[in-house]
Design a protein around this ligand. Structure first.
Ligand SMILES: Cc1ncc(COP(=O)(O)O)c(C=O)c1O
Length: 410
């Protein structure tokens, strides 16, 4: 038996910090200073955002990129560009950040929740199919944690029912499905550059697409409804100023130079940890289908079956934390259980449809099991270090497993 648990006064497995996030240096400083000194701080005048849009879109297999203020607005702009109308139904997973569903409400459309798969944590195409009605117009699969959703099945459904697919790739920078970049498979892809993300400028987002008309629409919507060749105060569609700024563009260009190598390291380390942890009874790392040819490991997801492991999730996470391994339980509620949805606190949106909606009746058993009992996460920065970091994480899990009975007693 190993040392006593750190939770009960033993030595920690891990005493040094993991790689800190964000990583930055001279390239970010140079670009930021250049943008500052140019005096061109807005996207419409400077070169940083336009350079970034081109490079990011190309890296993700798309001809067009539209840089915007965050990854929530990017979803809403994608929905509006796709022609979503009031009270259309949009299918979304319940295991995701709030924005995937609230962007739908902000487009005045109805989020319909379809359960996730227990092993992959991604939206289940069978549940999507069961949720389709004559009013369904779009599906927003989230590539959760940076692992591709089942895109072949979802695209087949979309073709059959004439639905738009908007990929929420907020977690999935430079990740692949069958060697195709995520974000380029549906009609539109949406990314976030908020602080925690694998590519970050503190805040920011982008819409990417290969559809010229949709790209024009997104450009207009994010720029106050302007059109190429139009007058400055000429506005054609419902829109606003959602433009990404030049300082963020500068940081993103420098960060983008780091992305490929960082993504390879995370993918290698994440795969390695999954292999190590799957040997421990009751620990189920996110199942990775062969089609996921590159995982971005924005998060490392796992299920912890308390019965098989022999201790409750909360205690295990507490013990890991004490060993120096930061871990958390992740999304604590399926989105349809958030007060916002239970109370239909939609503000001015969905005035008619809200009367008939009852999110309290929604049941997604896999999502509930993961949120309430079994789901847990490690964050991406843990995967940017060496093999020794991964060995420490695996060792801490093993140690906690060996001491599981004490954990249950306390
Ligand atoms: C899956 C998902 N979608 C959308 C978003 C929204 O991105 P932002 O925070 O940039 O608005 C996030 C951000 O955390 C996310 O995790």
């Amino acid at each position: 038996m190993s040392d006593p648990l750190a939770l009960f006064g033993g030595n920690k497995v891990r005493t040094t910090p993991f790689t800190r996030w964000p990583i930055f240096g001279d390239p970010e400083e140079r670009r930021l200073l250049r943008a500052l000194r140019s005096g061109k701080w807005g996207k419409l005048h400077g070169d940083e955002v336009s350079e970034f849009e081109r490079r990011f879109a190309a890296l993700h297999g798309c001809r067009h990129g539209i840089g915007v203020v965050n990854g929530t607005v990017s979803l809403r702009i994608a929905l509006m560009a796709a022609g979503i109308q009031a009270e259309d139904e949009i299918i979304v997973p319940p295991y995701t950040f709030l924005a995937t569903a609230t962007a739908v409400v902000e487009a005045n459309a109805i989020p319909v929740f379809a359960d996730i798969d227990l092993e992959t944590f991604n939206i289940d195409p069978a549940a999507v199919e069961a949720a389709i009605t004559p009013r369904t117009r779009a599906i927003i699969p989230v590539h959760i944690a940076g692992q591709s959703a089942d895109m072949d099945a979802l695209m087949t459904l979309a073709r059959k029912h004439n639905l738009v697919v908007i990929e929420d790739a907020a977690h999935a920078h430079a990740a692949f499905y069958k060697n195709r970049p995520l974000g380029s498979i549906g009609r539109l892809g949406s990314f976030s550059f908020q602080s925690s993300k694998n590519l970050t400028s503190g805040e920011g987002g982008i819409v990417i697409t290969n559809d010229d008309q949709l790209a024009d629409m997104c450009r207009s919507i994010h720029n106050c409804g302007r059109i190429p060749g139009g007058l400055w105060y000429e506005h054609h569609v419902m829109s606003a100023n959602y433009r990404l700024g030049e300082f963020q563009g500068a940081v993103l260009n420098a960060q983008l130079d780091r992305l490929e190598e960082q993504t390879r390291i995370r993918d290698y380390n994440g795969r390695h940890l999954a292999e190590r942890l799957s040997r421990i009874p009751g620990v189920y790392p996110q199942h990775r289908p062969a089609e996921c040819t590159r995982h971005s490991y924005h998060l490392f997801l796992f299920r912890l079956d308390p019965t098989e492991f022999g201790a409750p999730r909360a205690k295990v996470l507490e013990a890991l934390e004490a060993e120096g391994i930061p871990a958390c339980g992740g999304y604590a509620l399926p989105l349809y259980r958030q007060p916002l949805f239970i109370n239909k606190a939609f503000g001015p949106y969905l005035p008619n449809a809200a009367k008939d909606l009852d999110y309290a009746k929604v049941r997604c058993p896999n999502c509930e099991k993961i949120c309430y009992e079994q789901g847990a996460w490690l964050e991406q920065n843990l995967f940017l270090g060496t093999q020794a970091d991964i060995d420490d994480i695996a060792q801490a899990f093993q140690k906690v497993y060996e001491h599981r009975r004490e954990l249950s007693r306390h």
